[in-house]
Design a protein around this ligand. Structure first.
Ligand code: PEP
Ligand code: MG
Length: 924
């Protein structure tokens, strides 16, 4: 231990507002806010370093000296406020809040009104002359402290509270009298004593120490740990929580007091207008917990005009200083406005994009800052569906539009059921709650959307759903939820668990049954923003698209070409499959050619359409790849069919014998006629023919059987053993290109060979290409311009990149197969067998099929790029595995010197922004 003890506690005036890692986001901000002159109630921060030391200590003891530092700071607070901590005449009360480097809404626990005890309570009452206020503050403190610091279940308090309310025959909490609240305090103190076996602590410093420890402990609580895991918050990003101790100010001191939460701009739409809610004569937790439905901030101007003006000033100060949308809490205590905390506002994608573009136009931030403030993954939200506008369904309830987007699913009434039905059984669910609490977080993850009967647009449900980009309707007060019966009542009707409902978080409407949804359009702002992204990005973004429809969508998403068209997907069509099967089971090259002759015009048409849609952008077509048995019927099904056909053959033979025996039988004409009809109905020759066909098929299937098909007869291996197939495809590509050129359509086809491991394979296919090209050149009278390249998806291809680059004009990394090959993990099986365990136990940090394994697969890629470029410096290099749409993997691709990434259409916007991030971070 150092001789000079480390400073662990910082007054708001002295803490470094930039040091979020040490002071937590909230604490650092409180310091910064104080130091820029906002009216912040005075307080201090206990550092995250103290938290880590505390959690590390064997007996969970606060580090040496921390309690002394706290006492010194409390004395300073006493001096600033003229009140005394534990002083019955004029008691100083404080709040104790958590706050780590990363904002985790609702994850950590807060204690209010600390410092109250039986004596200071009386002092407070004497001082304010308001017993009701005093008892109300005390009962809140006992419950919060009891729950958070002492682990007393909330329900025990709720039950006592409800009992007193019932006895007093009041509906609203505001209807409770001072003596009702006094009774509640008494009951609450008893609850604590019964549950903990000890009386409620009276000494304010004891209270404070317990509270600080409780906040520290909550860093390792299940909710916080789950949240960090879900959002991949590493120790590097946030390590430990700070504790903020702050003088209490009260929004519940009468009608000239209020409390509220607000965003400097609308977090649902991005509109440049103060957005928020407030409650007169209430405490902050009432707004956040959604216990009373608050007023829109728009009403404040009429109710408290002076305060509305000050709030507008506060908003402008916050944005000018932070250059980011702020989500802040305020309290008005007897006509004085205090800013309690502020943090960067969590917004949905639409709002992030709009505010980015508008803040650049307002000169508040630069284009680079506008791009960097949006996480690329977030853009996927903008592709969320909305309700089909042509639907005619009437809503059964109306709530607040708390998080935009529409979703349907079966109703479930608690978070555990949501997890069970949604995550474990894979059903679409809507979590329906009276109101949500932080402990419901796992239910959010498993749901399509959230519906609550109470609470406002800044209630827990709304904030969390928005940050997750899930639709949410909050405060649909027409709905009464009965969790025990798993049923909800709306007017005359009801819905039960398992019934499908639809919610529209954009309008706040709730419907029974499923309403179809439609894809949203790109907003103008998104186009502008992505245009800026393209301007700074070094990597180009192409799309993996197999059909003209997909290609059209990819274009809309801003793809600059097709990086991968999987031709086998074009074969999976009910009309084409029989021809493909005919091609596979053919006994001779001639028979195969006959089938291929039928496929050629179909493929030519496919390619022509792709070229037309994408013109003049490049279209990379991959020759057939999958194991051939994928197109054939199942062996066991064939065996079952054959066994049934054999039985039928015996029956038909019996029928023939019976028919032949009719002359010996004294049967009526009628019976003779029936036998004749039946004999003709099942023609033995037809059955025999069917048997022969099925037997041939079964022989083929068995002959083509492979133990490891993914490592078997696929890709270029197939193209070499059945050259006619690749020849047909090459012809279709080049003829389609020649046809397009003839029509004046500019095309840039690229032919890509899959699964290559040696240059000899490439050379073989190149001969097909050159021969067919020569023939087409003669026929059309001009050459077709195209590029010839290879997939790099087997380890040997990486090792032989120099040699492959002699023939290939481009490399396209197939990281799905390359990952499979590098790990020897089957890409079909790993993800639902051992990978979850590997990830959970930390053997592997990520799923390598999702997040590019930079250390292994990435190393192979870097070597291949380096070696390929050494032979052909202008070789074009890209990636077309799933990783091509994953932001962190994209950053690596830039580092490795790739020219482009190719990903599925809807990931294109994400990839464009990720490519811009990669370029900007590289330049920094
Ligand atoms: C790959 O292996 O990464 C690839 C794009 O090919 P496929 O997924 O079709 O095997
Ligand atoms: Mg592959």
């Amino acid at each position: 231990m150092d001789a000079i003890a480390t400073k662990h506690v910082f007054a708001f005036e002295e803490g470094d507002g930039k040091d979020k890692k040490l002071l937590g986001g909230k604490g650092a901000n409180l310091c910064e806010m104080t130091q820029i002159g906002l009216n912040v109630p005075p307080g201090f921060v206990i550092s995250t370093a103290a938290c880590l030391e505390y959690l590390d200590s064997a007996e969970r003891q606060l580090p040496d000296g921390v309690m002394d530092e706290i006492r010194t700071q409390m004395q300073a607070l006493e001096a600033k406020t003229g009140k005394g901590f534990g002083n019955p005449d004029e008691p100083l009360l404080v709040s104790v809040r958590s706050g780590s480097a990363m904002s985790m809404p609702g994850m950590m626990d807060t204690i209010l009104n600390l410092g109250l005890n039986s004596e200071t309570l009386q002092g407070e009452i004497r001082h304010s002359g308001d017993p009701r206020f005093g008892y109300d503050a005390y009962r809140r403190f006992i419950q919060l402290f009891g729950k958070v610091a002492l682990g007393v279940p909330d329900e025990l308090f709720d039950a006592e509270f409800a009992a007193v309310k019932q006895n007093a025959e009041v509906k609203e909490d505001l209807g409770l009298s001072a003596s009702d609240l006094e009774e509640i305090c008494g009951r609450f103190l008893k609850v604590v004593e019964e549950h903990t076996g000890k009386p409620f602590p009276e000494d304010p410093y004891v209270q404070l120490e317990i509270a600080v420890k409780a906040v520290f402990n909550s860093w390792m609580g299940k909710r916080a740990v789950d949240y960090r895991k879900q959002f991949n918050i590493t120790q590097d990003m946030a390590n430990g929580t700070a504790v903020n101790v702050q003088t209490m100010v009260f929004g519940n001191r009468g009608d000239d007091s209020a409390t509220g939460v607000a965003f400097t701009r609308n977090p649902g739409t991005g509109e440049n207008k103060l957005f928020g809610e407030y409650l007169v004569n209430a405490q902050g937790e009432d707004v956040v917990a959604g216990i009373r439905t608050p007023n829109s901030i728009d009403r404040l101007a009429a109710e408290m005009p002076q305060m509305a003006e000050e709030l507008a000033e506060l908003r402008a100060k916050l944005e000018t200083h932070y250059k980011e949308i702020q989500d802040f809490e305020f309290t008005i205590e007897r006509g004085r406005l205090f800013c309690l905390q502020t943090r960067n506002g969590k917004m949905n994608a639409q709002a992030m994009v709009r505010t980015s573009v508008e803040m650049v136009r307002e000169g508040l931030i630069t284009k680079e800052q506008a791009l960097l403030r949006i996480q690329p993954e977030l853009l996927e939200q903008m592709l969320f569906p909305r309700l089909d506008p042509s639907h005619r369904a009437d809503p059964v309830a109306q709530g607040l539009p708390a998080s935009p987007g529409a979703a349907y699913g079966i109703a479930v009434f608690d978070a555990d059921r949501a997890e069970q039905m949604g995550k474990d059984l894979g059903q679409k669910v809507i979590l329906v709650r009276e109101e949500t609490k932080p402990e419901d977080i796992h239910g959010f993850f498993a749901s399509q959307g959230i519906l609550t009967a109470r609470g406002g647009k800044t209630s827990h449900a709304a904030v969390v759903a928005r940050s997750m980009g899930k639709p949410c309707v909050a405060g649909a007060e027409g709905i009464a939820v009965d969790v025990a019966r798993r049923e909800a009542y709306v007017g005359d009707t009801s819905f039960r668990e398992g019934d499908v409902i639809t919610i529209d978080g954009t309008t706040g409407k709730v419907y029974l049954g499923e309403i179809p949804t439609v894809e949203p359009d790109f907003t103008n702002e998104l186009n502008v923003l992505l245009g800026w992204a393209d301007g700074v990005a070094k990597l180009k973004v192409m799309a993996n698209s197999d059909t003209p429809d997909e290609a059209r969508k990819a274009l809309k998403y801003g793809a600059v070409g097709i990086g991968l068209a999987r031709t086998e997907r074009m074969f999976n069509d009910v009309e084409r499959l029989p021809i493909v099967i005919e091609m596979i089971v053919a006994d001779s090259p001639e028979q195969r050619q006959a089938a291929l002759d039928k496929l050629l015009p179909l493929q030519r048409k496919d390619f022509r359409e792709l070229f037309e849609v994408m013109s003049p952008r490049p279209v990379t077509i991959r020759l057939l790849d999958p194991p051939i048995h994928e197109f054939l019927p199942d062996e066991h099904q064939l065996e079952r069919d054959l066994s049934e056909l054999h039985q039928l053959a015996a029956t038909t033979r019996g029928m023939a014998v019976l028919a032949g025996s009719m002359g010996l039988i004294h049967a009526s004409d009628h019976a003779r006629h029936d036998v004749d009809v039946m004999r003709r109905m099942v023609d033995p020759a037809l059955v025999e023919e069917a048997i022969a066909k099925k037997q041939t098929m079964l022989r083929k299937v068995r002959a083509l059987y492979e133990t490891n098909p993914m490592l078997g007869h696929r890709g270029v291996r197939l193209g070499i053993t059945f050259p006619e197939i690749y020849q047909m495809q090459i012809r279709a590509i080049l003829e389609a290109a020649a046809d397009c050129s003839k029509m004046g359509i500019e095309v840039h086809p690229q032919i890509k060979v899959p699964q290559v491991c040696t240059v000899q394979e490439l050379l073989k296919v190149k001969v097909f290409v050159d021969t067919i090209h020569e023939e087409i050149k003669q026929r059309y009278g001009h050459p077709v311009s195209f590029k010839f390249g290879t997939m790099i998806e087997v380890v040997r291809a990486c090792m032989r990149a120099e040699s492959l680059a002699e023939e290939a004009e481009f490399f396209s990394f197939g990281t799905n197969d390359l990952t499979q090959a590098a790990f020897s993990f089957s890409r079909e099986d790993a993800e639902n067998k051992f990978l979850p365990l590997y990830n959970n136990s930390g053997i592997l940090q990520d799923n390598p099929f999702e997040v590019l394994d930079v250390k292994g697969v990435g190393k192979l890629m870097q070597l291949a790029v380096e070696w390929g470029k050494s032979v052909r410096p202008d070789i074009h290099v890209g990636i077309c595995g799933e990783h091509g749409g994953h932001p962190a993997s994209i950053a690596f691709c830039q580092l490795a010197g790739l020219d482009y990434v190719s990903c599925s259409g809807p990931r294109v916007p994400v990839a464009r922004l990720a490519a811009a991030h990669a370029a900007l971070k590289d330049a920094a």
